[in-house]
Ligand binder design. Sequence first.
Ligand code: GAR
Length: 321
Amino acid sequence: MLERAKVAVLISGRGSNMAALLYAAKADNCPYEIVLVASNDPQAPGLTLAEAEGIATFAHSHIGLNREAHDQIMHEAVVEAGADYIALAGYMRILSDDFVRKWNDRMLNIHPSLLPRYKGLNTYQRALDAGDSHGGCSVHLVTPELDDGPVLAQTEVAILPSDTADTLADRVLIAEHQIYSATLAQYVTRENDPDWILEQVRTRALRLEETHERPSFGTPGWRVGSEKTGKYFAYFSRRHFGETGISIFVKTSGLDEQSALLDADPELYFAPKFYGKSGWIAIRLDTGQTDWDHIDSWLKKSWTMVAPKRLTKLMSIAEEF
Ligand code: GAR
């Protein structure tokens, strides 16, 4: 049985995007479920629909409360519902930094323009006034800056000569309803996407001092030192060398440590065949529960093992302070 990501949807009004997310979630293979629809307006029509569909709802007016206090109430309701993610769907509130930080990388928003163009309101009229050939919509991760944050997906919508702000809004909304659930589904399953996993490893490997990427036997690898004499400290394996699944190979201190790890956690570690009896260990990255801090420390440890003395010396001095 598919373990679905739990999503809370925050709305302020009509809730048509919420409805689109909700109906998409009725498909058996949808990787998320809606566990709560919450609003800052107890009269929001979207709440009635969610209730009729058997979804838990919550409403608490922001009137008379400061931003932080209201955000905290919404946060508690979302946590109480057991949500892993928040999808903002026409939630017309500016969020406090604290709230945004709590949901960092786990809160998405849909905005009716091709960001970074036309943040804020009146996006359709502004696109028309500018003579743009297209309007559109964007799904992005929420960061403290309004309608900012990495764009995950966009749909362009052609502007017709006869368009008014209203007719354009109607068509953009059709596009919104398609893109939001597709993007949310993709986002909550990103940890199974080999390209996403590779990018996580790459960012962490290249963050270490004097490192560069160089393929090795057709698989990405990372080396420390100069381009000429550098040494590998990590490899990425996507069913390469006949291994199962997706993994990273890093260096242990030797065969004793390698076999201790294999005994301690055989689900996570395995001995990479290609590297024989060399002390390299493979760590699985496709369990859906990767602890990236753990991978970070493995990369660092492996880097330390092969890095030139002048670099490791600097590091041990830095660590004394
Ligand atoms: C949607 O068009 C959404 O993109 C927009 O509000 C509308 C809500 O409609 N959101 C923003 O402008 C956020 N900056 P809905 O309640 O029917 O989903």
